[in-house]
Design a protein around this ligand. Structure first.
Ligand SMILES: NC(=O)C1=CN([C@@H]2O[C@H](COP(=O)(O)OP(=O)(O)OC[C@H]3O[C@@H](n4cnc5c(N)ncnc54)[C@H](OP(=O)(O)O)[C@@H]3O)[C@@H](O)[C@H]2O)[C@@H](O)CC1
Ligand SMILES: [K+]
Length: 545
């Protein structure tokens, strides 16, 4: 499991080691700078590029982040790279700058109007110069930043971003990304690699910050045992292998977990087809579908394993009031339309509340929530739906607000509703009402396609049914990973998101990491994602052996 911390927590962990008598701060900086230089050498090697003779420019701010960058560049200079430093604030960390010049580095100063010396250049000129180099190290702002880049430094970065430099390596965080929250103060130079020190910063695992960071590499600097509990966690595929439910030898379809689904309508029949199919292929022992006869026919044509329980409240066949048999969990909401399905959704939520059953509450059913929900209800909004949800609670929030601060708003929604909230996006965040948050981003952008969310809802519903089923009440795997009992629902949400992302990437033929590195992949359909689930699941579990 990957753990992430706020920049504030990492700085606090460093404090006991910053004893001036032992020069602890300098030791930490040396470790950070060595790690950064080594990561750059490895990255160039992986790209098949020689580093001796190639050029690196470090954009260095006046704080310790700039100090890390300058020391790293001095190590690279000693290994034969041509090195240039652009001082974005006119001054720099004294010892690091001295080491850099002693190693033969060239120093240029960003002209902010008052530094028009012979080694000064304006933003446009220096951007062109930087873009010609093989590597740009972004070491302007780190965890000590207040807000984003300003003035000439902002102009330089904006101009450089336009020129699309070959390889940008961010020092600790891309400058302008809030290390605590992932909020971004534009302009930011997109990095292909972020080398971060002591602990992964939460802002690197939450959008929009994650979208600027590229691959994230952690360099330990000796403070790790002093860090508090993480504020954000991410499961790896190995964790998934331990967390995915597996049936016991005596399992039968009822003990495996039965999911009740209220989804789809004559207008949006596909939502029912997709969510039921995804639930069946994701291991539910049985799926009971409640909805109009015409939709049920389409559901069963695709997934004959499902059971139609009748049309419910407004039975097209006159069976009004028909009610499904026993279920362990509910999935309510995808593709609802019309009074009958809305009534079924209300009834299902009421039954889940009475029965204490977990539920996935998606799309249209988000408008039917009571004021307080139980933590084992998982709401699955996208940014627009989350803003509407908060708006109904007299918190006027726009979709853009949610997209710019998803970590903040997903936590707020969980705290406010009492439910677990899964906010869908390129990086999906799942917040427990306890405040714990999980973040997953295995999916590739091809998965942004109609019906993809219905498939996720089906996968999650199936996992809830299996984990709430009578034969599946073992919390051991979660406990072994340090997940508190109250955060188990959020963790299950994260498992579903990860499985969905891996299945989509498999269907597309490209992993998220390879997509970000420029590999294309191909289009996927929502059904294609669902069809990839069982193969991906089997592969994950096989890798455990
Ligand atoms: N602590 C340690 O031992 C270790 C720390 N390490 C490294 O230190 C980094 C943190 O360093 P840091 O605290 O010096 O802050 P940093 O991020 O370099 O920048 C802040 C500087 O810029 C200024 N400034 C602020 N906002 C600004 C803005 N918007 N636009 C322009 N300027 C702005 C502010 O000055 P001020 O304006 O307050 O005078 C301040 O001088 C951390 O990310 C990691 O890389 C590692 O080496 C491991 C050991
Ligand atoms: K930086």
């Amino acid at each position: 499991m990957i753990s992430a911390f706020t920049g504030t927590d990492v700085r606090a962990a460093e404090q006991p080691l910053l004893d001036p008598r032992s020069d602890g701060g300098a030791v930490l900086m040396q470790r950070a700078a060595h790690g950064l230089a080594a990561a750059i050498v490895s990255e160039l090697r992986a790209r098949g590029q020689r580093f001796a003779g190639s050029g690196v420019t470090v954009l260095a701010g006046k704080g310790n982040n700039g100090g890390d960058g300058l020391f790293a560049a001095s190590f690279l200079a000693r290994r034969g790279m041509r090195t240039t430093a652009v001082l974005t604030a006119g001054s720099a960390h004294t010892e690091a700058l001295a080491a850099f010049t002693a190693a033969g580095g060239r120093v240029l100063i960003l002209d902010s109007g008052s530094n028009a010396g012979s080694n000064a250049g304006n933003a446009e000129e220096l951007a062109v110069l930087c873009a010609g180099d093989d590597v740009v190290i972004d070491a302007v702002l780190g965890t000590g930043a207040r807000g984003g880049l300003r003035g000439a430094a902002a102009e330089l970065v904006a101009a450089l971003q336009e020129l699309r430099p070959r390889l940008v390596v961010a020092c600790d965080v891309p400058s302008g990304v809030d290390a605590d929250t992932g909020e971004v103060h534009w302009p930011v130079l997109d990095a292909q690699l972020t080398v971060t020190f002591g602990g992964i910063k939460a802002g690197l695992l939450a959008d929009p910050g994650e979208g600027c960071a590229g691959r994230v590499q952690l360099v330990p600097i000796g403070i790790e045992s002093l860090l508090p509990a993480p504020v954000l966690r991410r499961f790896s595929t190995a964790d998934l292998a331990a967390l995915l439910p597996s049936p016991g030898r005596r399992a039968h379809k009822y003990s495996r977990g039965v999911l009740g689904v209220v989804a789809g309508s004559e207008k949006y029949a596909g939502a029912a087809v997709l969510s039921v199919h995804a639930a069946v292929v994701s291991g539910a022992g049985m799926v009971r579908y409640l909805g109009p006869a015409a939709v049920a026919r389409q559901v069963l044509a695709r997934t004959p394993e499902a059971l139609w329980e009748g049309a419910g409240a407004e039975g097209a066949n006159g069976s009004g009031g028909a009610w499904p048999g026993r279920v362990q969990a509910w999935l309510v909401g995808p593709g609802l339309d019309g009074a009958g399905q809305l009534e079924n959704a209300r009834d299902a939520l009421a039954a889940a509340l009475d029965g204490g059953q977990p539920a996935v509450v998606d799309a249209g059913a988000l408008e039917l929530l009571p004021d307080r929900c139980p933590p084992h209800w998982i709401l699955t909004p996208h940014a627009g739906e989350l803003s509407a949800l908060l708006g109904r609670s007299e918190m006027p929030v726009t979709r853009e607000d949610v997209e710019s601060r998803p970590l903040h708003f997903v936590r707020l929604a969980a705290e406010h509703t009492g439910a677990t909230v899964l906010l869908k996006g390129a990086t999906t965040l799942v917040a427990s009402p306890s405040g714990a948050v999980f973040s997953q981003s295995e999916g590739c952008p091809w998965m942004a396609t109609a019906g993809s969310g219905d498939v996720l809802a089906g996968i999650l519903g199936a996992l809830l049914a299996q984990c709430a089923g009578p034969g599946m009440d073992d919390d051991g795997a979660f406990a072994a990973l340090g997940v508190a009992p109250e955060d188990r629902w959020a963790a299950l949400g994260a498992v579903a998101v990860s499985l969905h992302g891996l299945a989509g990437s498999a269907a597309s033929g490209v992993s998220r990491a390879r997509f970000d590195a420029g590999a294309g992949g191909g289009p996927v359909t929502a059904l294609g994602i669902a069809d990839a689930v069982s193969g991906v699941w089997a592969q994950i579990v096989a890798d455990r052996l």
